[in-house]
Design a protein around this ligand. Structure first.
Ligand code: GLN
Ligand code: ZN
Length: 769
């Protein structure tokens, strides 16, 4: 028995300070790095991480350093470890039946006819995990020793790390039923069959040298899963009764971040035979006293794992103090969640305004804060008084800094009335939009075209000053010209300019709006090897000048067809940025909305007749607690309406949403009041069409006809069948034809082939109706 350390982080970024993992993994996929090479690059990265965390003050041997590495995704890691990959990947197992990198990466990325696991957002974050498929036929068995090997690898270097594994309840709660499962089957029904494999896993981790294991159970905070909080709590009670009484195991920390544990789950964990519980005290309150705490360590999540603010360390200390009032055996300082949601190090941001930088904390700074709080817990508040005061001073400085509050922006917001949020009668708009002259089943894309190496190179050269503004703009015009030509040749009806000028759909806007800062190295994993660099929204937002108008005007000048203006909506801009935490999100969203409203007016003035305002993140920010959802939907939908309600009747406003749980947010989608909505339909294309029909949604809608997340080219027949189903279920005038999402991560070969089939299928179905 070793005591739990006084401070810990629940996980650390895995991609590497310079995205080393991305490079290694992608080289491996491209055949340029063999498996041994990849393993050794990953081992180097893990070693560097442990050394760094020790340098920052976490103990080498006290289990405070988490081992949270993943080649792709932590949910896939857990699924692969317990052997829960669907049957279509069975032939990719190693000769001894274990799941190695080949099966692992194929499950993540698909291959030929073998569709990858579905990907969806992890709780209310912008991280995507792979959805395990579990049915009555799934055979659970320990199929990978990767976790144990990492513990042993650390031990060989003198570290006692704490492996982090997605817990059994969350693994099953996030899984979907296999196709073979009978209707009504819930993966959680397999809990009893799964637990023995976790027991075996725990024993192997102990044998490898782990004194503590962290099992992540964030499902226990959610009210948005298919499983009810009662059922989740009952499953947790059962699971931890079994795992806790395993004869041969390390000590168990069960971690549940992202929101407050449900009262039932909290009571279940408090009473369970485990040794520690980690709770999120930023998105949840200090829980009530509960039976069973007297023998446990409580890890108080007081350092926010999801934002980049240095924050209120004094407040964190006070909250820990409150937690000590619960009567647990010990209290430790922790992050609210894994730090996988924040970049590595503020010190890497040499171009940031030093004043802004002094308000920030990335993973390394947050780790240092944890070390400080842990010292306070051990030695008393006096020992850390200087650090607490310094954090408070930074907070005060931030409140008063110029730009944080802008009088002009604020008075414009105060002057808004209900009419500013209302676009008026839909029938009048459809009548006015007849003048657009679109065919039935209009074909279009979601906005971006492949971001080729050439584009990225040109942008990088421009960034380094090797390509002048004039040269870069000439390059972009050539790119737009070729994208427009391609779409004309393919015969698409509504064209796009391709978004070549955008590194990222949010950052591009952030770079052109006041109130935002962008980072140089602030990468955060989005999924697999993909990372984004969220901007930092620190002050009041305004638009110094038009952002997209010149590119759109140029694109439109090249074609007689309509070119869609392409904007990113306020909710998505917030969701994919690091947002200020000193005012309600609603206020910040409306500031962004006003800037977009002005942009739309400028696009209209430039002769643009169709304008898309993307809100792929609308669903993602939906609070995990039902009670918080109406207020969220109110302000998020409101900000979209504020952005778009100034558009003329004849202007067709589109929106695009990236998820297929259409039924969940249908009321909100309808309330957006966009003329046309394109949505991802990957989950089950047929089901999405049924959901739209059942919802009575009456505006234009384009359920995506193929998945852009994989290079697979959909056949004409396959697309035509979907369209036939759509026109059988929905009024013809309503249906649009488009892919699931933007094409920027695709190559041109598959893009051209897929879009050709899409246009052919639309023509076929058009002729038949
Ligand atoms: N217009 C954007 C694009 O095509 C939309 C991307 C998204 O929804 N994530 O890239
Ligand atoms: Zn999308």
């Amino acid at each position: 028995m070793t005591a739990f350390p006084a401070g810990t982080i629940l996980g650390y970024p895995r991609i590497g300070r310079r995205r080393e993992l991305k490079r290694a993994v992608e080289a491996h996929w491209a055949g340029a790095l063999d498996e041994a090479g990849l393993e050794s690059a990953a081992a180097d990265l893990r070693r560097a991480t442990r050394e760094r965390l020790a340098e920052l003050g976490l103990g080498r041997t006290d289990s405070s350093i988490p081992e949270s590495f993943s080649f792709y995704d932590q949910v896939l890691d857990a699924a692969a470890t317990v052997g829960a990959l669907p049957a279509r990947f069975a032939h990719l197992r190693e000769s001894d039946g274990s799941i190695g990198l080949t099966a692992y990466f194929t499950a993540a990325r698909g291959e030929g006819e073998h569709a990858p696991l579905e990907m969806t957002k992890w709780f209310d974050t912008n991280y995507h995990y792979l959805v395990p498929e579990i049915g009555p036929e799934t055979v659970f068995s320990l199929s990978s020793d990767r976790f144990a090997r990492q513990v042993a690898e650390a031990a060989a270097d003198g570290f006692t790390v704490r492996p982090v594994v997605v817990g059994p309840v969350t693994l099953l709660a996030l899984a979907k039923a296999t196709d073979a499962a009978p209707t009504g089957f819930s993966p959680l029904e397999r809990l009893d069959d799964l637990l023995p494999v976790y027991v075996e896993l725990l024993a192997s981790l102990k044998a490898a040298g782990a004194a503590w294991v962290q099992l992540d159970e964030p499902a226990l905070v959610s009210e948005s899963l298919d499983v009810s909080p009662d059922a989740l709590a009952a499953a947790a009670e059962r699971a931890y009764a079994v795992l806790g009484s395993a004869a041969d195991r390390p000590q168990l920390l069960v971690a549940a971040g992202y929101a407050q544990l449900s009262p039932q789950a909290w009571a279940a964990l408090a009473a369970a035979p485990i040794e520690a519980i980690a709770v999120d005290l930023r998105r949840g309150a200090v829980p009530p006293a509960a039976a069973g705490l007297e023998a446990k360590t409580l890890v108080g999540g007081v350092v926010d794992g999801r934002n980049i603010w240095r924050g209120d360390l004094e407040g964190a200390w006070t909250t820990l103090d409150e937690l000590r009032g619960l009567g647990a055996a010990a209290v430790a300082a922790g992050t609210t969640t894994s730090l996988q949601h924040v970049p590595h190090d503020v010190a890497d941001e040499t171009a940031l305004d030093p004043r802004l930088a002094s308000w920030l904390a990335f993973a390394d700074q947050k780790t240092a804060q944890i070390v400080t709080l842990a010292r306070g817990l051990a030695d008393g508040r006096e020992a850390i008084a200087a650090e607490l005061a310094a954090a408070s001073a930074a907070l005060a400085d931030r409140r008063e800094a110029p730009g944080v509050r802008d009088g002009v922006v604020r008075s414009r917001l105060t002057a808004l009335t209900g009419a500013d949020f209302d676009r008026g009668d839909y029938a009048a708009r459809t009548a006015a939009q007849e003048s657009l002259g679109l065919p039935v089943l209009p074909t279009t894309t979601i906005g971006s075209f492949p971001q080729t190496g050439d584009i990225r190179r040109a942008r990088a050269q421009h960034g380094r000053g090797e390509l002048s503004v004039a040269e870069y703009e000439e390059f972009l015009r050539a790119e737009i010209r070729s994208v427009i030509d391609l779409q004309e040749n393919l015969g698409l009806d509504v064209l796009v300019h391709g978004e070549a000028e955008r590194n990222d759909m949010v950052q591009y806007f952030a770079e052109h709006l006041d109130g935002f800062a962008v980072t140089a190295n602030g990468w955060v994993q989005s999924y697999g090897s993909r990372a984004t660099r969220p901007s930092i929204l620190w002050g009041d937002v305004s638009r110094p000048s038009a952002i997209t108008v010149e590119w759109t005007r140029f694109a439109q000048s090249l074609s007689d067809k309509h070119v869609k203006g392409m904007l990113t909506g306020p909710v998505t801009i917030l969701a994919w940025s690091f947002v200020r935490d000193d005012q309600p999100l609603a206020e910040t969203a409306n500031q962004v909305a006003l800037a977009l409203r002005d942009e739309i007016a400028d696009l209209e003035a430039a002769g643009v007749g169709i304008i898309q305002v993307d809100e792929p993140a609308l669903r993602e920010l939906l609070p995990l607690k039902r009670a918080d959802q109406p207020a969220y939907l109110d302000w998020s939908v409101g900000s979209f309406r504020l952005a778009t309600a100034g558009a003329a009747d004849a202007t067709q406003v589109h929106t695009h949403l990236c998820y297929s749980e259409f039924a969940v947010v249908i009321d909100a989608i309808a309330a957006l009041d966009a003329d046309v909505t394109s949505i991802e339909a990957a989950r089950s294309r047929g089901e999405v069409i049924d959901d739209i029909r059942d919802s009575g949604f009456s505006h234009g809608v384009g359920p995506g006809v193929y998945d852009i997340h994989s290079p697979r080219v959909p056949s004409t027949d396959e697309i035509a069948q979907l369209l036939e189903r759509a026109v059988a279920e929905l009024p013809l005038r309503q249906v649009w034809v488009n892919p699931d999402c933007g094409l920027k991560t695709r190559g041109y070969d598959e893009t051209v082939a897929s879009l050709r089939n899409l246009v052919t299928a639309a023509r076929q179905v058009r002729e038949a109706v």
